[in-house]
Design a protein around this ligand. Structure first.
Ligand SMILES: N[C@@H](CCC(=O)N[C@@H](CS)C(=O)NCC(=O)O)C(=O)O
Length: 189
């Protein structure tokens, strides 16, 4: 049996990197995290540019193939590893979750009302199962709920949205990501 040497090249301050880490933890995939120093511009130099010519984190080296773009990584991991008995984070409603993946980039109030309405009918965004459509929201939600103004004004008046946030932010995979951040920056914990 070949043991793959998987690596995530990223930064623990990068939301895109955090999503990929959450996805790997959801699928119980072993990997090594390689910190890329964005402040010094490590991502704009070789050898990083050989992995992602656009000079952005994260990059996922799956042992035999290197991928960049967090959503592409997350989809491919869910496709490949979800079938092997791990978490099935793709769900069956692929067209639906793609839409939610796009929408999550816009947090205007009317969008939150769309979420509230959706989550009053389904437990999660794409269906009644947790999928990558939910997972990609984690870093943004963590930041928004860490801010008392947005927490109060955007979330508390929307009970289904709040319950969904509480649920997905409590997932063990996300807790592992937050633990990685705490270990890297113990003073901010
Ligand atoms: N669409 C890309 C965005 C990646 C991205 O913007 N990464 C940021 C960190 S979250 C980055 O590398 N910023 C450094 C830069 O652009 O110089 C993805 O989702 O992977």
């Amino acid at each position: 049996m070949t043991i793959k040497n998987r690596k995530v090249y990223g930064s623990l301050s990068s939301p895109a990197s955090l999503k990929v880490l959450a996805c790997l933890f959801e699928h119980d995939i072993d990997f090594e995290f390689v910190h890329v120093d964005l402040e010094s511009g490590e991502h704009k130099q070789q050898p990083f540019l050989a992995m992602n010519p656009f000079g952005r984190v994260p990059v996922f080296d799956d042992g035999d193939i290197t991928r960049f773009e967090s959503r592409a990584i997350i989809r491919s991991v869910a496709h490949e590893y979800g079938k092997k008995g791990g978490a099935r984070l793709l769900g069956r409603q692929e067209t639906s979750y793609m839409w939610w993946l796009k929408l999550k980039q816009n947090w205007e109030k009317y969008v939150l009302d769309v979420y509230e309405n959706r989550l009053s009918k389904f437990k999660y965004l794409a269906s009644d199962d947790y999928t990558i459509a939910d997972l990609v929201h984690l870093p943004n939600l963590e930041a928004l709920l860490g801010n008392s103004y947005t927490k109060h004004h955007l979330f508390e008046s929307r009970p289904h949205l709040s319950a969904w946030c509480f649920d997905i932010l409590a997932r063990p995979a996300w807790t592992k990501v937050l633990e990685m951040q705490k270990i890297a920056q113990p003073s901010s914990a």
